[in-house]
Design a protein around this ligand. Structure first.
Ligand code: ZN
Length: 466
């Protein structure tokens, strides 16, 4: 059989790997959107590198848009097969894919208005809400640990990857002639000491492993728990300087981690008495989905649930509903914390909040997750000053602070821990995916030092016979 890496290949977004079996069956692992790639992004998202009509099954590791966000486009271009995911991944996709479609439709409407005025031909959206709804009707839900037969000679099982609610590592057993091949795809690997979720599960011996490598060459700061750092930043910015803390955060995962940390501070009587806003309708919906899957929570959260029936809600927290209310936050000069999406600050209300606070030395922009270097969050993290937002340049007078300890991705220790259940001598090949090339090269060297043999770092559209 053949495997081809069509996305998250020497980069972090656009996860998409195609297995072509000798029988002719085609199985796609993930169908993610490329994000934060500047002017190349749109063209990359329109070039699958394969014919969507020819794909029989799509197996989805988790709901994050860089893994699921091109599913409606796949459907728009003729895919009619099953989409297999865990039940929680389906619940999240229900809100995320429709939201993504809404953004696509909105953005194109705006662009087309300008093009119509200039007498230029109009563009089509990448996909529409209708495409997203059709895609949702193709889902088949499979729980963790169940061996599910995809077709004769091909079985699949999901194991908890501990990355976000519903996230899974994917384990395929494929019989070809007399041979049985075991292929494991890590999806995104979570942390062994996650704030909210259980640790990633071990998995049975694999022949081929597709391993994410986002933080393959670094270690997260565990010495200083997220809630201490949050307390320090909120106290400094809101209490001492009467400023605003703006936190760009992914709607799924990161937003709930921040809310949970702030709730813990409240339980300890340490939460500063200021206003807290979640300014993203999607983040509010995602928080409801997370709350609806409490069996995914680790023991610590289960303990908190005994004394607090809602560990994501605390005094002073308000979910902002409409755009007018969001805009009104600009005219409110009292100290506050605004948690808003998107996580890379490429779109969404957070981009406006950054624009309105970036020149204020009393404000803090707090980065709590991964950001593509070309995205607004990535540029701020890298110290770009002045910074361009919506086509205008702004002086960065606000403090820009980065908090790596909140990552939903495992660090190098976690990734090695994830592999530790394997007999190294039995692995035929490890493919490193979902990482920046420099990080991947460093991680490859580390893996080789640890005794792992053949390691490939595929580039986009590269194929291997396996
Ligand atoms: Zn993810």
């Amino acid at each position: 059989m053949k495997i081809t890496f069509h996305g998250a290949a020497q980069t972090v977004t656009g996860s998409k790997h195609l297995l072509e079996l000798n029988s002719g069956t085609r199985i796609l692992l993930d169908c993610g959107l490329f994000q934060g790639r500047g002017s190349d992004t749109d063209a990359m998202n329109k070039d699958f590198g394969f014919d969507p009509k020819s794909v029989d099954f799509l197996i989805l590791s988790h709901a994050h848009i860089d893994h699921s966000g091109l599913i409606p486009r796949l459907v728009k271009e003729g895919f009619e097969g099953h989409i297999i995911s865990t039940p929680a991944t389906y619940d999240l996709c229900k809100i995320l894919l429709q939201d993504s479609a809404r953004i696509q439709e909105y953005d194109i409407k705006y662009t087309n208005k300008k093009r119509a005025k200039a007498g230029k031909p109009l563009f089509e959206p990448l996909y529409t809400i209708k495409d997203a709804l059709t895609a949702l009707s193709y889902f088949k839900k499979v729980k963790y640990g169940i061996v599910y037969q995809i077709e004769e000679g091909v079985t699949l099982s999901f194991e908890d990857a501990g990355h976000i609610i519903g996230s899974a590592s994917v384990h395929l057993n494929i019989n070809e002639g007399a041979e049985s091949k075991k292929i494991s795809f890590s999806g995104d690997v979570g942390r062994y000491k996650d704030l909210i979720l259980k640790a990633p599960k071990s998995f049975r011996q694999a022949d081929y492993i597709l391993l994410e490598s986002t933080y393959g060459d670094s270690l997260h700061d565990d010495a200083n728990p997220a809630e201490n750092k949050l307390l320090e930043i909120i106290t400094d910015t809101c209490v001492n300087r009467k400023g605003k803390v703006i936190i760009p955060a992914f709607s799924v995962g990161r937003t709930q981690e921040i809310l949970y940390s702030l709730n813990n501070l409240e339980l300890k009587g340490k939460l500063p008495d200021v206003k807290y806003f979640v300014d993203s309708p999607l983040s509010e919906k995602a928080t409801l989905v997370v709350k609806a899957h409490p069996w995914n929570f680790n023991d610590k959260v289960q303990e908190v649930l005994k004394v607090d029936d809602d560990p994501f809600d605390f005094k002073g927290l308000h979910f902002v509903e409409d755009a007018d209310e969001s805009k009104a936050l600009n005219d409110d000069h009292s100290p506050m914390v605004i948690i808003s999406s998107s996580g890379m600050a490429e779109a969404g209300r957070v981009k406006h909040h950054i624009k309105n606070n970036i020149e204020n030395p009393n404000s803090t922009i707090l980065m709590v997750g991964y950001a593509e270097p070309a995205s607004l969050a990535g540029r701020l993290k890298n110290g770009v000053n002045p910074v361009s937002i919506f086509g205008d340049y702004y002086q960065v007078n606000a403090q820009v602070v980065s908090m790596q300890s909140m990552s939903a991705h495992g660090d190098q220790h976690d990734l090695l821990h994830f592999l530790a259940c394997q007999d190294k001598s039995k692995i035929k090949k490890i493919f490193l995916v979902h990482g920046e090339i420099d990080v991947q090269n460093n991680f490859k060297t580390k893996l080789q030092k640890e005794g792992y043999g053949a390691i490939e770092i595929p580039y986009r559209h590269q194929s291997f016979e396996i």
